[in-house]
Design a protein around this ligand. Sequence first.
Ligand SMILES: [Zn+2]
Ligand SMILES: [Zn+2]
Length: 227
Amino acid sequence: MREGRDAVLRAECFLCGREHGGGAVCEACSADLPWWDSSHACPRCALPVASAGECGACLRVPPPIERCHALFDYAFPVPQLVQGLKYGQALELAPWLGLRLCDRLPVEASWDAVIPVPLHPARLRERGFNQAVELARPLARTRAAPLAGDELLRVRATPAQAGLSARVRRGNLRGAFQAAGRLPWRHVLVVDDVMTTGATLMALADALKAAGVARVDAVVVARTPAP
Ligand SMILES: [Zn+2]
Ligand SMILES: [Zn+2]
């Protein structure tokens, strides 16, 4: 079945360049990827834990995200995949990754909306597309959940986050997202490419909850290790 849905997309593997049956990444490269292990991760922040259950930080201060799923650890060659998608050299990675994100989610779960993390309009104009939307599209289609459009959320310009500590990032991002009004959903899934400190996802989850959403889950392509 996976063969079938990938077959038309690409015959050359994005990672090794070999011709293969279909999909953006060949079976051999796919098998070698650092797949994220949900059995050794905190269900709320997706960081590794020694014993099953929530990590100490999430128990102390529960984040606004109920369940967080990841596809990979942010380790070689995942940064290559993420960059290829983000800067548009390999947009065919989006459906491949999107369908794998879909496989990662519990089959019994369902959401009233799938929400890609919005880009600031200036960034969107500069880049021409939002990688989170490209990832969320196949996921929403496969799980028969409506894909939420940007018009529902306003994004405030925020300073670049790279290199800042988790605490500074959270401060910078407070109020970064704001819903345009009361939202009609109870249970939503937010989608992003990389989760580093989680500040972006948490700011979005706070805004969604402030607009009436009861439960926010998240799924990301890659989770970076704890800072
Ligand atoms: Zn390959
Ligand atoms: Zn945690």
